[in-house]
Ligand binder design. Sequence first.
Ligand code: DAH
Length: 352
Amino acid sequence: MTQSTVQSIEALTQTALDELDSIDDADSLEQWRVRFLGRRGELTGILRGLSQLDLEERRQVGALGNQAKSGLEEALDRRSQEISQARLAQVADLERIDVTLPGRPVATGRLHPTTQVVREITDAFVAMGFSIVEGPEVEWDHYNFEMLNIPQGHPARDMWNTLWVDYVNEEGQRPMLLRTHTSPMQARVMEQVQPPVRVVVPGKCYRYEATDATHEWHFYQVEGLAVDEGITFADLKGTLYEFARRLFGSERKVRFRCDYFPFVEPGVDMSIDCFACDGSDNSCRICRGSGWIEIMGAGMVHPQVLAGVGYDTEKYTGFAFGLGPERIAMLKYGIDDIRHFYSNDLRFLRQF
Ligand code: DAH
């Protein structure tokens, strides 16, 4: 009896140690502990059987059993430490920086196509001596219309579908709006400074508009204004011609035709000759066969506008112009729908 118990303790110890050697994770280690050293474990089972031995045998075998138990416990501790050290080494390995690897590319942002084109446009005028100014997007009727020779009830107000701000003054009027164009800055600038004036005004505008491929309810404009002694229509033509060539190529031709805007007299629209088909393609997507592409409105500043800000109309004349950068970008890059600009589709934006 004693002999066989001794043998089984020795055999069990050997098996346990052998198995322990091949364990290399914490879960299996715990299973091993439960199996050999747990309360219902194999060694505990053998030691329990000791009660059937007589006193002397119990003492001997008991001592052997306890020795085996603490031997296994020590082995367990050692293995457990080895496993956690190996794990730490593995983590350190993963975190080690290999300085010879190429860097991970950083995802960079870029300028919105409108911003790029606005800068290109303003750069062209800055090169001709204009300064850049900006103004408020929430504007008074006074600047958006009145000071531009468009009084209350003037039929030309229908040219600008207006988004009114829901604010009523003491007289029961709604005098505040989202600016429908950048032209109000003409009056704001002239109120502040005396001629010579040479400014361009990039900025956002808003209109109460059903949207389609060529209409957005918000968009950008770049306004221009030059006032001084002796400015003539020739200055307007020369400046805008230079601008057109700079943006669309030095071989560009321009065309001016009469148009109506209440704040200029005479008023014109300016076209460039079609760079896509030279007017030779009747179904040209860009000029529709006309050979010409309208790119902006312009004119000589109306004396009424100059007088409104207190300028001497005998002494000073000027020209003004306004253009839409999205339209310019659409022409330059062949974009077929203005709604792409502000729909936040990265597939579109990443192309610029
Ligand atoms: N403000 C006009 C618009 O939104 C564009 C324009 C036309 C501006 C002629 C000008 C100008 O300064 O002279 O339709």
